[in-house]
Design a binder for this molecule. Structure first.
Ligand code: FMN
Length: 186
């Protein structure tokens, strides 16, 4: 975990994507707060080798590089569109390729978008257990936004409030990690 990057990853499988746009905006805010650079990727960035890959080694070099950037991130902002009450299938496939220990202790902000309010607990009942499996430091505040929460692509004040709450939680963790890294380097 030391590329000093805040990385966003979105599970959208089509573009343009409201999820990617939202992940991008939260990632930029977290990076600005931490004083670190950022990068954002989505499933499309992994290209055609993803769907047929049965292990990381089956991915083409560009896709492997994206995965490595995610694994090495200082902190992650994760998002997926809600598909059939859950994250997208290819989003899950990306994480199925990872070593179970590869995200251990990683600070993660969870987000999701959906067509309505019905599946707003997707962040709690689908995304949170996945990253609990990876023993990541998932922040208590997860953000779900439906299409009604965006006007001209901009999130509503209510959603921005949730984002700020998650950012405040993240600042505690990112500072603690920086302290731990400094102690380890002494
Ligand atoms: C195949 C498919 C399944 C979907 N299933 C749900 C769903 O179960 N619940 C929901 O709220 N929205 C559902 N949606 C709507 C998307 O979650 C919503 O439009 C999302 O914000 C799209 O994000 P994107 O622009 O990043 O692709 C579905 C859309 C598609 C294409």
């Amino acid at each position: 975990m030391n590329n000093d990057l805040i990385v966003g990853f979105s599970g959208n499988i089509t573009r343009p994507s409201s999820t990617r746009r939202f992940v991008d905006s939260v990632t930029q805010s977290l990076a600005a707060q931490a004083g670190l650079p950022h990068a954002v990727f989505d499933v499309e960035d992994l290209g055609p080798s993803l769907a047929t890959a049965r292990s990381i080694d089956d991915l083409d070099p560009a896709a492997r590089k994206v995965i490595q950037t995610i694994v090495d991130a200082e902190a992650l902002v994760i998002g997926s569109p809600t598909y059939k009450g859950s994250y997208t299938g290819l989003f899950k496939h990306v994480f199925d390729l990872l070593d179970p220990a590869s995200l251990r202790g990683k600070p993660i902000i969870l987000t999701a978008t959906g067509g309505g309010e019905r599946h707003s607990l997707v962040v709690e009942h689908q995304l949170r257990p996945l990253f609990a499996f990876f023993e990541a430091f998932v922040l208590p505040t997860a953000i779900y936004a439906s299409s009604r929460d965006f006007t001209d692509g901009q999130p509503s004040p209510l959603i921005l409030g949730r984002v700020n709450q998650a950012l405040a939680e993240a600042s505690v963790l990112v500072k603690a990690r920086a302290r731990a890294d400094a102690i380890a380097a002494e």
